[in-house]
Design a protein around this ligand. Structure first.
Ligand code: PLP
Length: 410
């Protein structure tokens, strides 16, 4: 019997099929995975048991007796946390819990974007945002960054140029607080300027703050959402980076009028209940103590990574010390094409994110790579960087000197 052929029936504009998962690479520097040692497992077990014993019967209803915005205790925790840490004044009814902040990206895009629209975005940015825009047929204008985040002179020029062409961008997407992948924090002065420019050109700001808890010194500027005088900002966040990505819990802070439009697109009848209950129980008493422990561990891993790169690549690897987060954005010599380095590195057990996939400007991204240091152990970071240096030398002739030993190209 021949197998049923679905191919002629598939919808016409599907993206390419996903590759089958074959496990993580031995030295895994890709994705936004977290540090397994810092998942607060015992406390989560207790929180799950306590909340289920007390409120388990609310599982009988869609939305846990809390309505479609999500578990009320979690939204109330978020409202008070966002006030305390990011200066955001909002009630739990201005927060929508989502299935990861990826669903938040989809919902914001869903209410604002049409095919052919233009948005402004940081030149180096989150690949998940870029792939969504390209699938939606939306034009992304990239704005370069420096050590203080998105450059306001370049933003002003881009807004001016678009206005002259009669284009009103649908939003300015920014990851202002520990940017992915550069690890920069948009300074407070630039935040004021960004808000001023956005208001002057009538463009909303889409603020993605999912790394904002992971700052080494714990001090962050106020959120753009908090600083805005007249609305015009949509803020999203996530528990993926502060607790665990597999939980799939994110959120959107926006005026009810916008959340009402997003709810009409959120057709899943509510995000998963157990993970919301777990976080709603765990976070109020324990989130604040957990985060500095996590960031201390992440900072140590970053130091190991920077050390290993200095040792193995010497001056061939350039990077700035990020202000927090889980990524290092590394510039290799111009002759290295990280898209071409990807496969041979993987064959040697090292998974890296090629820079071109994390940028609106492929030439800028070509010799850059994003390395996630949160998940691999210190030993794996050292061994992985050594293996990467060997592959890079074999393929591109750099670094010529590894661990202070001069070698010829193979
Ligand atoms: C900037 C940014 N936004 C959103 C996400 C999505 O994260 P999640 O859906 O796990 O909340 C990520 C994940 O890496 C990210 O880096």
């Amino acid at each position: 019997m021949t197998a049923f052929d679905f191919a002629p029936l598939l919808a016409s504009d599907l993206p390419p099929p996903a590759a089958q998962w074959t496990g993580f690479a031995k030295y895994n520097f890709i994705g936004g995975h977290n540090d397994a040692g810092h998942v607060p497992v015992a406390a989560l077990v207790k929180a799950a048991s306590d909340v289920l014993a007390r409120e388990g019967r609310t599982l009988a209803t869609y939305g846990l007796d809390s309505g479609p915005l999500g578990y009320r205790r979690l939204r109330e925790f978020l409202a008070q946390k966002l006030k305390r840490t990011a200066g955001i004044s909002c009630s739990g009814d201005e927060i929508l819990i989502t299935s990861g902040s990826l669903q938040a990206l989809d919902l914001v895009n869903g209410i604002l974007l049409d095919r052919g629209d233009t948005v402004i975005i940081e030149q180096a940015t989150y690949q998940g945002a870029l792939t969504r825009l390209s699938r939606l047929g939306v034009h992304a204008v990239g704005i370069p960054l420096d050590g203080d985040g998105m450059r306001m002179d370049a933003l002003a020029a881009a807004l001016d140029e678009l206005k002259r062409r009669g284009v009103r961008p649908k939003y300015i997407y920014t990851i202002p607080t520990v940017q992915n992948p550069t690890g920069t924090i948009l300074s407070e002065a630039r935040r004021h300027e960004l808000l001023r420019l956005a208001a002057a050109y009538g463009v909303p700001i889409f603020e993605d703050d999912c790394y904002a808890d992971l700052i080494w010194d714990g001090r962050r500027p106020p959120a753009l959402y908090a600083m805005s005088q007249h609305g015009g900002v949509i803020h999203i966040g996530s528990f993926s980076k502060s607790i665990a990505p597999a939980l799939r819990v994110g959120y959107i802070v926006a005026a009810w009028e916008l959340l009402a439009r997003m709810l009409a697109l959120k057709t899943d009848a509510g995000s998963g209940a157990l993970e919301q209950m777990l976080l709603g129980e765990y976070c109020p008493a324990q989130f604040d103590a957990h985060v500095p422990e996590l960031t201390r561990g992440l900072r140590k891993k970053l130091e190991t990574l920077m050390d290993a790169l200095n040792e193995q690549f010497g001056t061939a690897a350039e990077f700035d010390d990020p202000k927090g987060g889980i990524f290092l954005w590394v510039k290799l010599p111009d002759e290295v094409d990280t898209l071409k380095l990807f496969q041979p590195a993987l064959a040697a057990g090292v998974a890296i994110n090629p820079g071109a996939e994390w940028s609106t400007d492929k030439a800028y991204g070509k010799s850059r790579t994003r390395l996630c240091f949160a998940h691999p152990s210190h030993e794996a970071i050292r061994a992985g960087v050594a293996a990467l240096a060997e592959v890079c030398r074999r393929e591109f002739g750099v670094p010529a000197r590894i661990a202070n030993v001069q070698r010829a190209k193979a």
